[in-house]
Design a protein around this ligand. Sequence first.
Ligand code: HEC
Length: 191
Amino acid sequence: MKTVHSLAGAAGVAITIVAAGAVLMPEVPVAAEGAASAMVQPDGTIVMTTQNYQRDWTMLGIFGHLDENGVKQFNVVYTQPETATAYRETGEFPAGAVIIKELRQGVTTGEGDDKVSSLGVLNGWFTMIKPPKTNAPQGPLWGDGWGWAKFNVDAPNATITKDYKTECIGCHSPVKNTDFIHVEGYPQVRN
Ligand code: HEC
């Protein structure tokens, strides 16, 4: 081993990269001390992260939902940098992975070829959390390999999701083969 760089990940977890290019995942699951564990309450409910994900995390992709005027809503998806790295390396989302989907109003200006939609007001978030392999949280927000929760922008500590089975899993089943994540929209992790 020649050179060793130690990087503090955004979730506060050290990832060691050796010069050969191999990435050694931390022995402790990311959830043990990272963003994920801070989002999970003792009773299994989920709160929004307080980390500055916009600045410090990796943006995976943006989905524009259209109406006749332009993009009416942008969904902007982020994850921790170490989760993106782990998925690229292994094809799996590691324990402690957090996926955040921001809901942003689309703002459309201009006419004709100059008509353009850009990111506007933040309205809320959908989140998915990969539980630790042991002592996984229990309750109606947990199952199919994830914790599931939606938040309005004015209440990041009070999820409006009551049961992921009726509110989430139906629409995510078509992408079951990629662990219920729409990986086809994320160029930096899809193969
Ligand atoms: C009406 C269908 C539908 C429902 C209901 C739904 N989702 Fe999704 N979700 C999607 C689609 C489609 C995407 C892909 C991105 C996009 O178009 O917004 C997505 C993307 C996501 C993402 C980004 C990760 C990914 O899959 O690529 C998260 C996080 C997410 N949803 C969480 C949730 C949670 C939590 C719930 C329940 C509270 C939920 N979703 C309910 C359709 C749905």
